[in-house]
Design a protein around this ligand. Structure first.
Ligand SMILES: NC(=O)c1ccc[n+]([C@@H]2O[C@H](COP(=O)([O-])OP(=O)(O)OC[C@H]3O[C@@H](n4cnc5c(N)ncnc54)[C@H](OP(=O)(O)O)[C@@H]3O)[C@@H](O)[C@H]2O)c1
Length: 266
């Protein structure tokens, strides 16, 4: 099936690793020109080079989206190759803090990195999409926006903000040909998640090997109907759908890809 993404230009923020990397590679495999982004030039260039080696079209844009100057640099680099049709706001961080040890500064910084980062890119990319009469803004949100847990409250609140601003943006873009949607992953097995789980596993008696650890980790951290962590490629597949013309009639929605982690009607 042709998803009709050939020739579209996409900026995937935070695509130097994890979900963003999988999303960038999937879009490139469908024929889109991809701008790979991160703060670390070596990692971002390596992902872009891997895409080109596989026959795709990719370049890198570097900058810290927690500040206006970084966002300006990323926008300039991304637009230097042509207009951006699709913006995937994926860059973010989830420092493992609790109500007890997350300071006001941690809350503020997490909001800056996870929410205002995306707003900065919306401000820089959406006017061009509007002018051209077609575009996509896809936020990577998360199940913790809908079903928060006791830990990482500062992070869950930023996911809720992403979900919320997506809906407002969809209303703002009414009739423009530009849509705004959220993909809400459950617990997805990227390197950072596997590292965190492996670090806490010994103290919890979850076993030695990943095969032993995963079922315990899922049962405790993200119980779901499928019984495993999700894979980055499963998030990328949802982005592929929302990014293309098949989703022209979908805006202001949240597409959960979480194995049924979130219970209830959301
Ligand atoms: N993995 C999950 O289970 C899960 C679930 C729900 C939602 N999410 C969301 O998915 C997104 C990607 O997470 P991930 O799990 O793939 O983690 P990851 O592998 O750590 O990727 C995070 C990406 O964001 C970039 N980044 C971090 N801070 C940045 C900043 N200030 N400015 C610019 N770029 C920045 C990182 O690049 P550099 O380090 O090079 O800057 C990296 O490319 C996050 O927004 C996260 O909230 C993840």
């Amino acid at each position: 099936m042709d998803l009709q993404l050939t020739g579209k230009r996409v900026l995937v923020t935070g695509s130097s690793s994890g979900l963003g990397e999988a999303i960038a590679k999937a879009l490139a495999a469908e024929g889109a020109g991809v701008v790979v982004h991160g703060r670390d030039r070596i990692r971002a260039e390596a992902v872009a080079a891997a895409i080109r080696t596989s026959g795709g079209d990719a370049e890198a844009a570097i900058g810290d989206l927690a500040a206006d100057a970084g966002a300006d640099a990323v926008a300039e680099a991304a637009l230097s190759g042509g207009p951006i049709d699709i913006l995937v706001n994926n860059a973010g961080a989830y420092p493992h803090l609790s109500w007890e040890n997350a300071s006001a500064a941690d809350w503020r910084q997490t909001y800056e990195v996870n929410v205002i980062s995306g707003v900065r890119m919306i401000q820089r990319m959406v006017p061009g999409m509007r002018e051209r009469g077609w575009g996509r803004v896809i936020q990577i949100g998360g199940g913790l926006a809908l079903q928060p847990i006791a830990d990482i409250p500062h992070y869950s609140a930023t996911l809720a903000a992403r979900h919320n601003l997506t809906v407002s943006l969809a209303r703002e873009l009414q009739g423009s040909g530009v849509t705004a949607n959220t993909v809400a992953p459950g617990a997805i097995l990227v390197d950072a998640v596997q590292q965190f789980v492996s670090d806490i596993a010994p103290a919890r008696g979850w076993g030695e090997t990943w095969e032993e650890i995963e079922p315990h980790a899922i049962e405790t951290l993200a119980p779901n109907d499928i019984g495993r962590f999700g894979r980055a490629e499963e998030i990328a597949a949802a982005v592929l759908y929302l990014a293309g013309p098949f989703a022209d009639y979908v805006t202001g929605t949240t597409l959960r890809v979480d194995g049924g982690t979130v219970k209830g009607v959301h």
